[in-house]
Design a protein around this ligand. Structure first.
Ligand code: SAM
Length: 209
């Protein structure tokens, strides 16, 4: 099904195809990469919003950062956060092969710590795709930073379907945390929320004006 969606969605640029190929060859868990279909959605949403500042939380090999960079306002930037310094070389090779080297700023740090140290940033778009166990904490930190109409896009919100059994058979911390995050979003009066059953679940939340 996803292959069909990919076939009839816009093609991904060459540098993203190369990034995917290299990630499949070199990384232990290449499935973490957002991939063609989700990447085209990120690019489309970002192009509609034309943000000046995007936060990409969880760089991995740079795929989502490059998709998001496609839709920036002139002079805009993506700040991409990654805690694993061993990914630095792959990231720099992949982003270096794209036209977005000057639009993507890399930060190697624990993302939540870094965000807490930069509360004055005003990201109009955030892609949350790291550190699933702390999703609820990210929400508390990110929402006050985001301006009205800002978009929060969170990946893995279905967590392989385990969230459906949260509290009963699925008792692990990751599932509980993602389920808690989903509940917090749905109950928030200041957000329009849409949960898209794409791949592992992609939630899109807009901060109301
Ligand atoms: C699912 S992958 C990100 C995939 C990427 N967004 C893409 O589209 O290809 C998650 C990444 O988050 C990183 N990560 C995990 N915990 C983190 C944290 N606390 N701070 C920053 N990065 C973290 C991991 O090292 C991993 O590279």
């Amino acid at each position: 099904m996803l292959d069909y969606c990919g076939k009839y969605s816009s093609t991904e640029p060459e540098w993203l195809r190369i990034c995917t190929r290299k990630t499949n060859l070199k990384q232990i868990n290449p499935r973490m990469l957002s991939g063609h279909v989700q990447g085209r959605l990120l690019s489309l949403l970002c192009s509609m919003l034309k943000p000046s500042l995007v936060l990409d939380i969880g760089t991995f090999t740079g795929y989502s950062a490059m998709c998001l960079a496609e839709g920036l306002a002139p002079g805009g930037k993506v700040i991409s956060l990654e805690e694993d310094i061993e990914l630095e070389r792959s990231i720099s090779e992949n982003i270096g092969a794209s036209p977005y080297t000057d639009r993507i700023e890399m930060v190697f740090s624990d993302a939540l710590d870094w965000l807490k140290q930069h509360p004055k940033l005003q990201p109009e778009l955030v892609y949350l795709d790291a550190d699933k166990r702390r999703y609820p904490e990210y929400l508390e930190v990110l929402l006050p930073m985001m301006p009205p109409n800002g978009l929060l896009i969170a990946d893995n919100t279905l967590w392989s379907g385990k969230v459906l059994k949260a509290g009963s058979t699925a008792k692990d911390e990751d599932t509980a945390s993602i389920h808690q995050f989903n509940k917090m979003l749905a109950a928030h009066q200041g957000l329009d929320v849409f949960m898209l059953p794409l791949r592992d679940g992609l939630t899109i939340a807009r901060k109301k004006t």
